[in-house]
Design a protein around this ligand. Structure first.
Ligand SMILES: C[S@@+](CC[C@H](N)C(=O)[O-])C[C@H]1O[C@@H](n2cnc3c(N)ncnc32)[C@H](O)[C@@H]1O
Length: 223
C-alpha cells in the first residue's frame, strides 16, 4: 500500500476549478435523493460535497471504496469529516469493490440523484462503473473525474456510453470533471455485454501504451 499526498493534506484530489463546477451543478439542480461517491481517497471531495448543503437540508450520502488506497484510509476519512464539522455516522460507507457494491445496490433497487465516479481508471473498470448510471434517477446528474484525452481509459468508455445512450445529455465540464444528466428512464441495458467485451479487449492495448509512454517519460496515462 503506497502513501498518497491526500492522506496527510486531507485535501480533495480535484482542482479548485473542478470543485467550483461541482458546487455550481449541485446548486443548479434541486437534488434531494441520495448522493453517491465511488472512490473517496481521503474524503476531501466528500466533505466539500456535503458542505455544499446546509445542515438539515443535506441529502443522504453514500460512499463506495475499497479503503486500501493508503494506510488507515477509513480512519483518515472519518477524521477529515470530523475536521469539517460533519458526522461520519451520517454517511453510509460501503467498504468493498465498486462491482460488489453495484450488484448489492442493484439487487436492493437503490436509487441516486447524484453520482460521482472517481475510482479505478482502467478502461474495463470505468466501463463496469458506468453501470451505476442505471441507478440514477431521471433528472439526476453524474460526474466523472479525469475525463481527458490523456486518460483514454476514462474518456473512451464514457464517450461510447454517451453515443449509445442519447437519453443522457452533457451538462458541462470543469477541468477534467464531466457532468451528465439523465433525461429519460432506461429502456434496456445501458452498458451491454458487448460494451464490457469491447473494454476488456482494449485494456491490454492501453496498458501497453501506458507502459511505453512511461518509458518515454511522458505523462500520458492511457489505461
Ligand atoms: C482517485 S481516488 C478518489 C479521489 C476522490 N474522489 C477525491 O476527489 O478526493 C480513487 C479512490 O478509488 C478507490 N478505488 C479504486 N478502485 C476501486 C474499486 N474497484 N472499487 C472501490 N474503490 C476503488 C481507491 O481506494 C481510492 O480511494
Amino acid at each position: 500500500m503506497g502513501q498518497r499526498r491526500c492522506a496527510t493534506t486531507l485535501e480533495p484530489e480535484m482542482t479548485d476549478l473542478e470543485l467550483a463546477g461541482l458546487r455550481d451543478w449541485l446548486g443548479r439542480f434541486d437534488l434531494k435523493g441520495k448522493h453517491l461517491e465511488v472512490g473517496t481517497a481521503a474524503g476531501g471531495t466528500l466533505c466539500f460535497l456535503m458542505n455544499c448543503y446546509e445542515e438539515g437540508r443535506r441529502p443522504p450520502f453514500v460512499v463506495v471504496d475499497r479503503m486500501t488506497y493508503f494506510e488507515d484510509q477509513m480512519g483518515v476519512v472519518e477524521r477529515n469529516l470530523i475536521g469539517h464539522d460533519l458526522d461520519a455516522r451520517s454517511v453510509d460507507f460501503n467498504t468493498m469493490s465498486s462491482s460488489e457494491a453495484f450488484e448489492h445496490a442493484h439487487r436492493t433497487a437503490d436509487r441516486f440523484d447524484f453520482i460521482l465516479i472517481d475510482a479505478a481508471h482502467k478502461i474495463r473498470h470505468v466501463m463496469a462503473d458506468l453501470r451505476w448510471l442505471r441507478l440514477l434517477n431521471v433528472g439526476g446528474i453524474a460526474c466523472f473525474h479525469d475525463y481527458a484525452p490523456r486518460f483514454k481509459g476514462v474518456q473512451w468508455p464514457i464517450d461510447r456510453f454517451l453515443n449509445r445512450n442519447p437519453h443522457f445529455s452533457r451538462v458541462g465540464q470543469a477541468g477534467t470533471l464531466l457532468c451528465i444528466r439523465r433525461d429519460a428512464p432506461p429502456s434496456g441495458r445501458e452498458v451491454t455485454m458487448a460494451d464490457r467485451i469491447w473494454s476488456i479487449l482494449w485494456s491490454p492495448v492501453l496498458q501497453l501504451r501506458q507502459s511505453i509512454c512511461k518509458r518515454l517519460n511522458r505523462g500520458d496515462l492511457g489505461s
